[in-house]
Design a protein around this ligand. Structure first.
Ligand SMILES: [Zn+2]
Length: 630
């Protein structure tokens, strides 16, 4: 069939800068929209691999096109220059070929299930076929893009406004519906320093001066010497910190698939959250998360927060969440510090791209995410606080600087200890985050907020730094994995310099906060305030920790599980008393340690007569507790 009737545009017009721009721009935005939607879709389909994944929220639909625009327009510019320099070259055909190749490769990698080489080969084949098909239709193709590109650009503007403006409007209208807060209601600030084990905090007896700011807050408030987290990894523990419920109640022992229409009230086991309780009392509520793998809106934590900041905190963060950003990170950011790309990025001041996060598939052959540091969390929370000073606020912060990969930012001043071991690097992260907690408190003081703010500081779990043949966390429930700091600072309302030795669960934080702001008792648990009042109380529930069976095991796990019972062979539970830690494993039996005499828990007493009796007693109490608590 002849195509003469549409080939009437002079060749010069086809080779104008406007033509190359229209094709490059429209094509990039179209490809980016589909990439963004695909990433959102496949995040849900691939939810079972949630840990080794980069995560996205609807912002990806307008950020992906931006990256594609930059890349596709560079390609279009090169083709345009080629057309000018050598008019005989089929430059427009070359552009069609390259953009098809880039688009198909991009879309194929959305699934995270195909080999990169297979994607490259398939994209090449499709690009050849499509370019051939387009061969004689150059004019109609250009007419199409000249009409379509302005519409696609308009669509991008509408999508951007709908996503960004929509979340702003939702927050404004929810805030407008809040009831009036009681007069002088205090602000509430809950700080979770992810992965901070208590024995690396100086005021908890650590030999290094890692935490001068936490130490000062401890002197001015109450600290719990034996605070125990409900789990040894982030997700179940954060659910407990916000609902006051144990894992056997909330049931979130692992990532669950996200409902297609959003979590609604179903997330977090359906239990009411501290945020919701405070909203009912007229509080503005905001969460600021640097743990974007397990404390995010995608996992249901948005309920009870009018404002939630997790992903897309910076251009670097937005970039590595797009597919070309992931490719760049996978290929170039894993190279050594001496590589040309890394040296260039450092020279250009793009250092945030080089600050690796645990998020992403970096440990599994893919790309590491970029870290959200404490300075960004501080900036986010203070900006949000300043936006409305009429109402009291509830801010819930997760700092991720202590989590692996260990260490403070590269340009942060070195502490006095050497940097040789994992422990040194871990302590660097502790020192850095402590510094920024100090800076946040100074900032709040300057804004006149410290006179009427209740501050609670804790962690979601500890960390194995080689103890019990383990690294990181989430594999067992030993003391280093569940003993966390717990500080309550509220001048004039809680005593100063009091240290409570009794083991407590930090899932009591919601009940304690509600009690301290004068909102009465909570259905989930008892307020810890009884423990610092004169005389204390004779009996207090022993803190429970739980860890679900976790099938994902790395090489180190394979070795560790032959030496100690780990979650890779079954679920575990632990109970801590003033003398004992009892641990029971689904298939590997029981362990009992006298942590007062054996703080490193190296001597399992279940084979001794007195140990057997205590273990039997504690097992019965644990079973009772799990049966009776509702
Ligand atoms: Zn964590």
């Amino acid at each position: 069939m002849s195509t003469d009737h549409i080939d009437k545009t002079p060749l010069a017009a086809n080779r104008s800068a406007a033509s190359f721009l229209a094709v490059g721009l429209g094509w990039a935005i179209g490809a980016g929209f589909i990439e963004g939607a695909g990433l959102l879709l496949f995040q849900r389909i691939n939810w079972a691999r949630w840990g080794p994944m980069m995560h996205v929220s609807p912002e990806i639909i307008w950020t992906s096109p931006i990256v594609d625009i930059i890349i596709f327009l560079i390609v279009a510019l090169i083709c345009y220059i080629a057309a000018r320099v050598a008019p005989g070259l089929p430059a427009m055909q070359a552009l069609v070929f390259l953009l098809t190749f880039l688009t198909i490769y991009d879309w194929l990698t959305v699934t995270s299930r195909l080999y990169h080489r297979a994607c490259l080969l398939l994209a090449f084949g499709v690009a050849v076929a499509f370019t051939r098909w387009c061969g004689k239709k150059e004019n109609s193709l250009l007419q199409f893009w000249r009409k379509a590109t302005p519409l696609i650009v308009t669509a991008w503007v509408i999508v951007f406004a709908a996503i960004q403006g929509g979340s702003w409007l939702r927050e404004q209208s929810a805030a407008a519906k809040l009831p009036t807060a009681p007069a002088n209601a205090p602000n509430v600030l809950v700080i979770v320093v992810d992965t901070l084990r208590a024995d690396h905090v100086s005021s908890y007896g650590y030999s290094r001066s890692t935490t001068p700011n936490l130490d000062r807050l401890a002197q001015q408030g109450v600290s719990f010497e034996n605070a125990i987290s409900t789990c040894s990894w982030s997700l179940p523990s954060h659910v407990s910190l916000l609902t006051g419920r144990y894992q056997f109640e909330h049931g979130v022992g692992a990532v669950q698939p996200e409902p297609w229409l959003g979590w609604g009230s179903k997330g977090l086991g359906g239990f009411p959250t501290l945020g919701e309780a405070l909203e009912k009392r007229g509080y503005r509520t905001g969460a600021f998360s640097a743990n974007r793998t397990y404390f995010s809106r995608d996992l249901g934590f948005g309920r009870g927060f009018l404002h939630f900041e997790d992903y897309f905190h910076s251009p670097s963060d937005a970039f590595v969440r797009t597919l070309y950003g992931r490719e760049f990170a996978r290929i170039y950011l894993k190279r050594s510090e001496h590589s040309l790309v890394k040296r260039m990025l450092r020279k250009l001041g793009l250092t945030s791209l080089l600050d690796q996060d645990a998020e992403g598939s970096g440990s599994y052959g893919g790309a590491f995410g970029v870290r959200k540091r404490a300075d960004v969390i501080n900036q986010e929370v203070t900006t949000w606080i300043e936006r409305d000073r009429q109402r009291p606020f509830f801010a819930f912060l997760n700092y991720f600087d202590v989590h692996d990969p260990y260490g403070a930012p590269r340009d942060y001043p070195r502490p006095s200890w050497p940097r040789q071991t994992d422990i040194d690097a871990y302590d660097d992260g502790v020192k850095y985050v402590d510094d920024y907690i100090g800076r946040l408190m100074d900032d709040l003081r300057r804004r006149g907020l410290t006179n009427n703010t209740l501050v609670v500081i804790t962690s979601d779990h500890g960390e194995s730094l080689g103890q019990h043949h383990l690294r990181t966390h989430g594999k067992a429930l030993y003391r280093e994995l569940i003993r966390v700091p717990l500080l309550i600072w509220y001048p004039g309302h809680v005593p100063t310099g009091v240290s409570v030795p009794r083991p407590v669960t930090n899932a009591a934080i919601p009940a304690t906060v509600m009690d301290l702001i004068g909102a009465g008792p909570s259905p989930a648990s008892s307020s810890l305030s009884a423990l610092w009042q004169i005389g204390g109380v004779p009996d207090w529930p022993h803190p429970l920790s739980e860890l679900a069976h976790n099938a994902i095991s790395d090489k180190e796990d394979q070795l560790a599980k032959t030496l100690v019972p780990t979650a890779s062979t079954g679920a575990m539970r632990s109970l801590v008393t003033s003398q004992w830690q009892f641990i029971t494993h689904e298939t590997m039996g029981d362990q009992l340690y006298d942590w007062t005499l054996d703080p490193t828990e190296s001597n399992n007493l279940t084979q001794r007569a007195e140990g057997r009796a205590a273990a039997g007693n504690l097992k019965a109490r644990m079973n009772d507790m799990v049966k009776t608590r509702k």
